[in-house]
Design a binder for this molecule. Structure first.
Ligand SMILES: [Zn+2]
Length: 349
């Protein structure tokens, strides 16, 4: 049996045993064709009606590069969870057109999206992509990397990303994504190593453009990296700065995250492109909001952990009025507080 065809549908939905073998093969072939047609259509930015019964009949969300400073662009993903319908377009990517070539910041959440990003780049320049800078190795920021690697681009990332790639979780995550995000993430989607693992912050000069690669992890992840363009006063901040919303703290090391934000606050930044959500021209305000929220979590939950106040009691007694008007407060705050409570217990050991 053609082992490539099943990538166009979810094996859990249908199996060869559930259908007659002949019928199964016919359908599989039809889907493979529909999938290829769909991918071709996407490269031209077309939303097409796929044939009936095709799981590839998605209308992917639009992608349009926006110039936020001379030569500096970004595309904005949806505020949603990754799904077959949205091609995993749930994060942002940026690109900078220099006098020599193009530097891309993050590779988006599937190879199909990375190809669409290339198409957006081609609309504004004929220059090649020479570098891709990875802000961190979360799936929605890196599953498109292979498209740029195959074109010979250099891939730069914080050396801590190497540990993640070698850990079993990265492989398990990819396997799960191949099911959940088929056909956009499939058996051909692979984890891509950096061509250069950075050991410290450094300056990258490409043509006439200076980029400062700032290693900030561990913060949101162990391998966080931000890209600052001093001339443009522009910061590609990855997931270190959440805009006008409650951050997702997860298992993050919030103490280092705050230190990273303090470092970023020292830059003379006018514009921030966050890893998610729209561009910001209130750079300081957004960074301060993220920092103040993390500080407040640590202060309140730290005291509760120190006093051995049970979490539920401490949570209910905490004044959240400064933050509860922010989007995603209901979805994220309690979990953020709980994770911080556990973290603070641990820090006090
Ligand atoms: Zn992210």
């Amino acid at each position: 049996m053609n082992t490539h065809a099943p990538s166009f549908f979810s094996p859990s939905v249908l199996s060869a045993s559930a259908l007659g073998r002949r019928q199964f093969l016919q359908r599989t072939a039809a889907w493979a064709v529909a999938g290829a047609a769909s991918a071709a259509g996407l490269q031209h930015g077309l939303a097409q009606a796929a044939p009936k019964q095709s799981p590839a009949q998605f209308t992917p969300p639009p992608m349009q590069a926006r110039e936020v400073a001379p030569g500096c662009y970004y595309v904005e993903g949806l505020s949603a969870l990754g799904s077959p319908e949205n091609q995993n377009f749930i994060s942002n990517a940026g690109f900078v057109v220099t006098s020599e070539s193009v530097v891309v910041i993050d590779a988006l959440g599937s190879p199909a999206l990375a190809k669409r990003l290339l198409a957006e780049i081609a609309k504004v320049t004929d220059k090649k992509v020479s570098h891709v800078v990875v802000t961190h190795y979360h799936a929605d920021h890196v599953y498109g990397l292979q498209v740029f690697a195959d074109l010979g681009a250099q891939i730069l990332a914080h050396q801590a990303g190497r540990e993640y790639l070698h850990a079993e979780t990265a492989q398990l995550r990819l396997e799960a994504s191949r099911e959940e995000l088929a056909p956009w993430v499939d058996a051909q989607t692979r984890l891509v190593q950096a061509t250069q693992w950075l050991e410290g912050s450094q300056r990258l000069q490409v043509g006439d453009t200076e980029l400062q690669l700032e290693l900030l992890g561990p913060a949101h992840t162990p391998e966080d990296l931000a890209v600052y363009l001093p001339k443009q006063r522009l910061l590609y901040a990855g997931d270190l700065v959440f805009r006008s919303r409650i951050p997702f703290v997860g298992q993050a090391d919030s103490r280092s995250w705050i230190e990273g934000l303090e470092k970023l606050l020292k830059f003379d930044t006018e514009v921030i492109i966050p890893g998610h959500g729209p561009v910001s021209t209130e750079a300081r305000k957004d960074m301060q909001l993220t920092r103040d929220y993390l500080l407040y979590l640590r202060q309140t939950m730290g005291k509760a952990a120190y006093d051995m106040t049970p979490f539920d009691e401490a949570y209910a007694a905490t004044d959240w009025s400064e933050f509860e008007h922010l989007p995603l407060f209901d979805a994220a705050n309690r979990m953020n507080a709980y994770n911080t409570y556990l973290l603070m217990e641990h820090e006090q050991d």
